[in-house]
Design a protein around this ligand. Structure first.
Ligand code: RIB
Length: 333
């Protein structure tokens, strides 16, 4: 295995200069950098990343655990986070917990073993003993999207109550009064808060909440399809549906189509998340935008700040949401 000294000798520089080229720890002229990189290539030299990590006590690697990599909302967050982290000189190791607490624990253990410098994490449940131990043990952790009630930890949320209010007020302003709601998993705070916003908007407008128009989903498209069929059994029919994420809204679109109902002519629909797919649904979905790039950049910023200053007080940042009007809602009065 060639050594750093052999690279230095071949490039005609000191070993220190080779180290600066590898670690980007000091300016090296382009000519010298080129000589060093060429020598490394010719000798097939590979820096000992583990040795560097142990020496510095850092791996410049972040762990990311998400609950459902098949959901574009999380995929778009992962993409934005990896892009921002790479620009900041960090790699990202990603784990998919599949909303399973045991699998989530496996990934927490794996990422700790790999000595990530920080962990960014969308929780499967409301608490995680091992996560509490990690936070108390000093690992920089940022919780995203779902708040952990019993833990003082850096957190990035969005204003889910406001999102439910915006979606429902918008439908009310278009004359809708029989508004169905397809919820996400009720134990997850984002969905629970959106439904509270839905109820609050109806109450503000003096519209009685019909519990038969609130149907449970699980954030996956199939549950939106099934819930859509349940809503279409209600009489009088709802004239609009608020789905607590875009994937369920897309599932509901299929239920409406199978029932021979046109959107928005026969039934309007509003989603939530504003995933890229919402733009290409037929018709393009009116939805509530969660800014996934802003979420990822806020989580990264918090993680890097804590890596560099471990005694910061825990912070919680709640990002705003906005209504994105497209073509899936019709005014009926
Ligand atoms: O679409 C997935 C949902 O789970 C998003 O709305 C996000 O807020 C998360 O809670």
């Amino acid at each position: 295995m060639p050594t750093i000294h052999q690279v230095a000798e071949r490039a005609g520089v000191s070993s220190t200069t080779v180290s600066h080229v590898i670690n980007n720890t000091r300016f090296v002229s382009p000519e010298t950098r080129e000589r060093v990189l060429r020598a490394m290539e010719e000798l097939n030299y590979r820096p000992n990343i583990l040795a560097r990590s142990l020496r510095r006590g850092e791996t410049r690697t972040l762990g990311l655990i998400l609950p459902d990599s098949a959901n574009p909302f999380f995929a778009e967050i992962a993409r934005a986070l990896e892009f921002a982290a790479f620009r900041a000189g960090y790699n990202v190791i990603f784990g998919n917990s599949e909303n399973d607490l045991e699998k989530e624990q496996v990934y927490i253990d794996v990422l700790v073993t790999k000595q990530v410098d920080g962990l960014i994490f969308v929780a499967t449940g409301d608490r995680s003993q091992s996560l509490e131990n990690l936070v108390r043990g000093g690992l920089p952790v940022v919780v995203v999207d779902r708040q952990l009630s019993a833990l003082e930890v850096d957190t990035v949320l969005t204003d889910n109550l406001q999102g439910g209010l915006l979606a429902t007020r918008y439908l009310l302003s278009r004359g809708h009064r029989r508004i169905g709601c397809i919820t996400g998993p009720s134990h997850l705070t984002p969905s629970a808060q959106r439904v509270i916003g839905y109820r609050q908007a109806l109450q503000e407008a003096g519209v009685a909440v019909d519990e038969d128009l609130i149907v449970r989903g699980d954030f996956h498209p199939r549950s939106g399809y099934e819930a859509g069929k349940v809503l279409l059994e209600q009489r009088p029919l709802p004239t609009a549906i608020f789905a607590c994420n875009d994937m369920m809204a897309i599932g509901a679109l299929r239920a409406l189509a199978e029932a021979g109902l046109r959107v928005p002519e026969d039934c309007s629909i509003v989603g939530y998340d504003d995933i890229e797919l919402a733009t290409y649904a037929v018709p393009p979905l009116t939805t509530i935008r969660q800014d996934k790039i802003a979420i990822a950049e806020a989580a990264l910023r918090m993680a890097l700040e804590r890596i560099n200053q471990s005694d910061l007080p825990a912070r919680c940042e709640t990002l705003p949401v906005e209504l994105v009007e497209r073509q899936s809602v019709r005014r009926i009065a």
